[in-house]
Every structure is written in structure tokens, then in C-alpha cells.
Write a protein that binds this ligand. Structure first.
Ligand SMILES: Cc1cc2nc3c(=O)[nH]c(=O)nc-3n(C[C@H](O)[C@H](O)[C@H](O)COP(=O)(O)O)c2cc1C
Length: 344
């Protein structure tokens, strides 16, 4: 379920053509290092699933792709695993992906009710290198029976950053991270974020469709009103880039290599892809993993082309490449980019 009117605003980033790149395509180096592991390309297979047999098959297929191609792999929320330890195997991908960068996943509301040691068990059980702590208040509000109490989130995150013993990456799920939230996260020691901004998958949209199917008119109306809610991915990355984070993952509506290149030019360390990959994997092709790998081939070759055509030999050069920002993205940056610390 995509956003309807809102976009990532990555289309407002115009990378400037370099007609004399003085580079060989084969020399272009797309690799990045995240959490001490080298990725062949700045691609994170974003957190999606776990807890069921089908989820297990998806996790295994995507983890194999991550291992073979040198991407990072995010597990879906490990809530099911915490509540039903018998489902742990559906998240275990280390046997298939012994060297890949694997990220665990837990919701901040679930983590609030857990001790740090309990959260650490989730990380250790799957051999994760780092933990995504996800934020999803908009989706929960629209979900009948979803969470309604979002208090003590920052305190929980601060506790995990101090005591977990592996890097904590605070991640939205499609509504983006504003500079005000980023500042509060930075103040409690967070150095890694995944903006998961607006413009890609709308979880409010998913919940709205579910409410429609069950005839819950109140939830449906709320969902309709907030379907396009959130900070667009490009705005979130651009606004957080000067704030001193070590890692900014740009997820939310990334489906091409040009999107990845634009996100990196704005300041992202890597880009995450969720629904487009799931679609390729489960979209009816007889060989889902081959379809997902083909989609990623396209992303990588487009990224490489964008790097060559901006004269960027590597990620650092792409980060410095000239670009023109236009339209609504400029309005977001103008409105929120110069606020004093403490303001939302
Ligand atoms: C089927 C599906 C399941 C998801 N489950 C999770 C999850 O368990 N934890 C999480 O942090 N994000 C989850 N997400 C959010 C994605 O990681 C990502 O932030 C969001 O979908 C935006 O990326 P996209 O536009 O590429 O889909 C899920 C997304 C999809 C499509």
C-alpha cells in the first residue's frame, strides 16, 4: 500500500551531469562500511518479517541474497519471538548468512516492557550485529487494538543505547524522523538512525485497508485522514545529515539506484528497501529469489551509472557531488533546518 499524494521528495534532488567524468565504470566503488562490515553496495534489505513459516521462507531467501551480494539484512520485528520463543527459528538466518550484516528488530513499545537483558537475548539468539528499535505510532493509532501509550520511549531508547552492548539504530516505519526527534535521540546517545520516511509504504494505508475489510468505519476514517502522514524520506535525510549521526539509513520509497544515489548525495550512509523487494520476491514469478536479485541488479547498475555520471568514484565523492534541490524539499529544509536545539 503506497502513499497516495505524498512522495519521498527524492525527485526534488537533481544530481548534476558530469560530461567529462574521467572514470572507468569498473573503477566506480559502490562499497560502504556499516557497523564494521563492508557492504558491496549501500543497500539494506529493510526489516519485514518473522514469526511464521512463510516469514521464515522470506527471511531465508533475503538473507541468502544479502550474503551472496554483500548487503545488510534486517529481520522483522522480533516481538513474536519474545512472546513465543518457539518461533525463534523463523528469524535465524546466520547459518545461511554467516558474514552478512544482520540487524535485529524490536518495537520501542515492546522494548519498554522488557529488561535490557531480555532485549539482548533477542539480539544474541539470532546473532545480530546491531538492533533496529522501531517507532510506529501512526500505524498503531489506526490499528484497532493497537498501542495507545507511547510514553517513556526516549527513556527506553537511552537505556538500550547505554546497556545493550551492540549498536542501536532507531528506525521509523514509513513516517520519517523529524529533526526535533533526531535531536532528542542524539541527546540520549543515539548515533544511528533509519529515517524510514514518507513516500513508500504507507502502514497507515495498510491498516486503513484492513479496517475497511473488517467494516471498522472509525478506524477507516482515521486512516483515510492520515494515509499520507509523515516526513518525506528526502527531507528527513537532508535535515538529519548535519546533526552528527554516524549512520543514516534512507528507507521509505527507495526503488531505484537513482533513488539510492540521491539519498547518499543528501547525506545517507546507505538506503533500505522493503516492499519493492517483497513484491519482487513474492510477485508471482516462478523464481522469486531470482526476481528479487534481478531487481537489485537494476538498483546496483543504476547507482553505478549515477556515480559515473556525477564523476563520483566512491561514496565520499557522491556525497560531495553537486546537486540542485528544488520544490517542496527546499520548503521542508527551509522550515525545519534552522531551528534551535529543543524545538520540534
Ligand atoms: C511487509 C512489511 C513488513 C514490515 N515489518 C516491519 C517490522 O517488523 N519492523 C520494522 O521496523 N519495519 C517494518 N516494515 C517497514 C519497513 O522496514 C520500511 O521501513 C517501510 O516499509 C518503508 O520502506 P519501503 O517504502 O521500501 O517499503 C515492514 C514493511 C513491510 C512492507
Amino acid at each position: 500500500m503506497g502513499f497516495r499524494r505524498a512522495s519521498t521528495l527524492l525527485e526534488c534532488v537533481r544530481l548534476v551531469h558530469d560530461a567529462l567524468p574521467e572514470l572507468k565504470l569498473a573503477e566506480v566503488d559502490t562499497s560502504v562500511t556499516l557497523f564494521g562490515k563492508r557492504l558491496r553496495a549501500p543497500i539494506v534489505i529493510a526489516s519485514m518479517t518473522g514469526g511464521t513459516e512463510e516469514a521464515s521462507r522470506i527471511n531465508q531467501a533475503l538473507a541468502l541474497i544479502a550474503e551472496a551480494r554483500g548487503y545488510a539484512f534486517g529481520l522483522g520485528s522480533q516481538r513474536a519471538m519474545h512472546l513465543r520463543p518457539g518461533t525463534a527459528d523463523t528469524y535465524r538466518v546466520r547459518r545461511l548468512a554467516p558474514t552478512a550484516l544482520v540487524l535485529g528488530n524490536v518495537g520501542v513499545v515492546q522494548a519498554r516492557a522488557m529488561t535490557t537483558s531480555e532485549v539482548r537475548i533477542l539480539v544474541d539468539e539470532v546473532g545480530a550485529d546491531a538492533l533496529f528499535v522501531h517507532l510506529n505510532p501512526a500505524m498503531e493509532l489506526v490499528q484497532p487494538g493497537g498501542d495507545r501509550d507511547f510514553s517513556h520511549g526516549l527513556e527506553t531508547i537511552g537505556r538500550l543505547v547505554q546497556g545493550l552492548g551492540v549498536p542501536v539504530v532507531v528506525k521509523e516505519t514509513g513516517c520519517g524522523i523529524s529533526p526535533g526527534v533526531a535531536r532528542r535521540l542524539h541527546d540520549v546517545g543515539v548515533r544511528h538512525v533509519d529515517v524510514s520516511g514518507a513516500g513508500g509504504t504507507s502502514w497507515v494505508g495498510v491498516e486503513t485497508k484492513r479496517a475497511e475489510a473488517t467494516g471498522d468505519q472509525q478506524a477507516r476514517a482515521l486512516g483515510e485522514a492520515f494515509w499520507d502522514w509523515g516526513v518525506p524520506t528526502a527531507a528527513s535525510v537532508a535535515l538529519l545529515a548535519p546533526m552528527g549521526f554516524e549512520t543514516i539509513v534512507a528507507t521509505g520509497g527507495i526503488s531505484t539506484g537513482l533513488d539510492v544515489a540521491r539519498a547518499i548525495a543528501l547525506g545517507a550512509s546507505a538506503a533500505g528497501i522493503a516492499r519493492p523487494l517483497l513484491r519482487a520476491l513474492s510477485g508471482g514469478a516462478s523464481d522469486g529469489p531470482a526476481a528479487a536479485a534481478a531487481m537489485l541488479d537494476g538498483v546496483e547498475s543504476e547507482l553505478r551509472a549515477a556515480m559515473l555520471l556525477t564523476g563520483s568514484r566512491d561514496r565520499a565523492a557522491l556525497r560531495r557531488a553537486p546537486r540542485v534541490l528544488v520544490g517542496e524539499l527546499v520548503e521542508w529544509i527551509d522550515a525545519l533546518g534552522s531551528k534551535e536545539p529543543g524545538q520540534k
